[in-house]
Design a binder for this molecule. Sequence first.
Ligand code: 16G
Length: 166
Amino acid sequence: ESDLFNPNVLKQLSLPQTDGLSIRPLKSEDYDKGFLQLLAQLTEVGNVSREQFLSRFHMMKNAGNYYVIIIEDVNDEKLVATATLIVEQKFIHNCAVRGRLEDVVVNSEYRGKHLGKLAVKIILELSRYLGCYKLTLDCKDRLIPFYESLGFKREPNNANYLNMRF
Ligand code: 16G
C-alpha cells in the first residue's frame, strides 16, 4: 500500500468542509507530484533520489508514528500544503504519548487562503485523537503570532528552546 498511514484515521476527525481540496496521508507517489519541491519552500532539501525517498518513506511507515498529511487541490492534483505529526512514546505521565508538529508548508501559489491554519488544525485534531498529552513545535520568530493565534502558548517558565546543529 502506498499510504504512509491508515487514511481512515483522518475520517475520524471533525475537520472543516474543504471544497476542492482533499486531505490525505502522504503517498509514495507524491515524489512525482512534487512533494520534495513543496518541502523545499520551507528549507534545504538537497538532491533526494526516488530510491532515497522510498526508503525513508518505508522506514517511516514501518515505524508507525509518522503522520505526514497532504492537502491536495483535487482539480489539478497539485500539492497545496503539508504538515507532519510525530507521535513520541514516553514513560512519564503514565506512559503517555507526546506530539511534535513539524514541516508545515503551504505552496506559495496557494498562500493567503488560510491553508496553513487548516494544515495545523488537522494536526491538532489528529494529535488529540491519538491521545497526545501535549503538542510542541519550533518555528521562526515571525511565525510565533500565527501559532499563538491557533492556541499554542509560550511557557513563561519553560521558554528555553535549545538546539545543536551538526
Ligand atoms: C521550522 C519547522 C520545522 C522544520 C524546520 C526546518 C514547523 C512548525 N517548524 O522550524 O518543522 O524542520 O523549520 O528548518 O513547521 P531548518 O532547516 O533550519 O532545520
